[in-house]
Write a protein that binds this ligand. Structure first.
Ligand code: ADP
Ligand code: MG
Length: 394
């Protein structure tokens, strides 16, 4: 499948070579973690609902090594970003550079070890290579966080459960880097499995793996998401207000996602809160339907995906004409079962499901027509559900 992004070499061998070149020795350990895409369940996470992501066949590799006499410092290099990172692991501060993602993860893991005992006064060196596109909505940030967590823990002689790595990554992203986000990205990167989708209940963090053998075509619309942050904040506030109003009638309602569509309709919320709440309620039920199908070994229903897209377009109002066009155009291709925008919306990516050979053939045609229609160059990736984070053999 042709893609228009330049694929940098990303592998255990490449990150080992980068580490060696930059630090002049072998790393102690190498870990990797994938980017992710959400199959269904959009804007449900912060409403106490469910999501269904997969890890994708694009990974970030982190090589790490303890440096004696390292003064409690992190040194970091990335094949994907400029600059030699340097940061204190003992008293970490934000630099506004890419290595904040590493600092925010490595500091809480390393603090105790570097503060006293055999490793007192040591530092950590880290090298990164990745073929997850950054800033495209495929969660390169979670991939680098989770891979760093596993690599640093292992280099210090310990281990981390994937779930712990996810939580450390999430805390680094929200608390240290300062990006407000739900737990889906880090959980997906840490806990995904090849050939399976991750059903995650965002309220309880309970997870379940369900078989998912289909290929997915991911299309980055290349529409800049400039209005996304303010619009996203507005939606979050609208959902909070909708929940407050619904609780006047149902005081024990745990979340907006828990409200049934019938309850939402009966609540007669003022517009546009009624539309937002109805989306969250129905989308949560679509996730449950999708999970029921996958559990039974059936394919992901195209109708559920299309239903999700229509709801995001009409009720949540977070689509864009470009994304609507891409969904409609994809559906014209034989062998395509369904499509929808994925991620927060207002631009970004969409997914298409169907026969793998049909998707492979359709991709370039859709991309070409899209360019003609909007003058934008879409990027395309075909992926199956990939293995989550893992420590590689060193
Ligand atoms: P997304 O997670 O959708 O890719 P984000 O803005 O959340 O987008 O995260 C992208 C940022 O994460 C990059 O700008 C960079 O700071 C950091 N990052 C991700 N991958 C790498 C990498 N391989 N090397 C260095 N920094 C990275
Ligand atoms: Mg991110």
């Amino acid at each position: 499948m042709p893609t228009s992004d330049t694929t940098l070499p990303a592998s255990a061998a490449a990150v080992r070579a980068l580490f060696r070149q930059r630090f002049g020795r072998e790393p102690d350990t190498i870990a990797s973690a994938p980017g992710r895409v959400n199959l269904i369940g959009e804007h449900t996470d912060y409403n106490g609902g469910e999501v269904l992501p997969i890890g994708i066949e694009r990974r970030t590799w982190v090589a790490a090594g303890v440096r004696r006499e390292g003064g409690g410092m992190l040194r970091a290099v990335s094949a994907n970003e400029d600059g030699a990172g340097e940061a204190s692991l003992v008293a970490p501060t934000r630099s506004e550079h890419w290595w904040d993602y590493l600092t925010g993860v490595a500091a809480p893991i390393a603090r105790d070890a570097l503060g006293s005992g055999a490793l007192a006064g040591a530092g950590i060196d880290a090298a990164v290579t990745s073929d997850v596109p950054t800033g495209a909505g495929l969660s390169s940030s979670a991939a680098i966080e989770v891979a760093t967590a596993l690599a640093v823990a292992k280099a210090l002689g310990g281990t981390l459960e994937p779930r712990e790595a996810a939580m450390i990554g999430w805390r680094a992203e929200t608390g240290f880097v300062g990006v407000a986000s739900g737990i889906m990205d880090q959980f997906a990167s840490a806990l995904s499995r090849q050939g399976e989708a991750l059903h995650l209940d965002c309220a309880t963090t309970e997870t379940e793996l369900v078989p998912f053998r289909d290929a997915v075509l991911i299309i980055d619309s290349a529409v800049r998401r400039s209005l996304r942050d303010s619009a996203f904040n507005t939606r979050q506030a609208e959902c909070a207000q909708a929940l407050r109003l619904m609780r006047e009638r149902w005081p024990k309602l745990p979340s907006l996602a828990a409200a049934t569509p019938e309850q939402v309709l009966a609540a007669r919320l003022p517009a546009p809160l009624d539309r937002r709440a109805l989306h969250v309620s129905r989308e949560t039920r679509r996730v449950q339907e999708a999970v029921t199908l996958l559990r039974a070994g059936k394919p992901l229903s195209g109708e559920l995906l299309l239903g999700s897209h229509e709801s995001l377009r009409d009720l949540y109002e977070c689509s864009r004409p470009e994304l609507d066009w891409l969904v409609a155009r994809s559906m014209l291709e034989p062998g395509v079962r369904g499509a929808r925008l994925t991620g927060a919306g207002w631009g970004g990516c969409m997914i298409v499901v169907g026969d793998e050979s049909a998707l492979a053939a359709a991709g370039p045609k859709i991309g070409k027509d899209y360019e003609k229609e909007f003058g934008l160059t879409a990027r395309l990736w075909l992926s199956r559900a990939a293995e989550g984070a893992r420590v590689e053999e060193v």
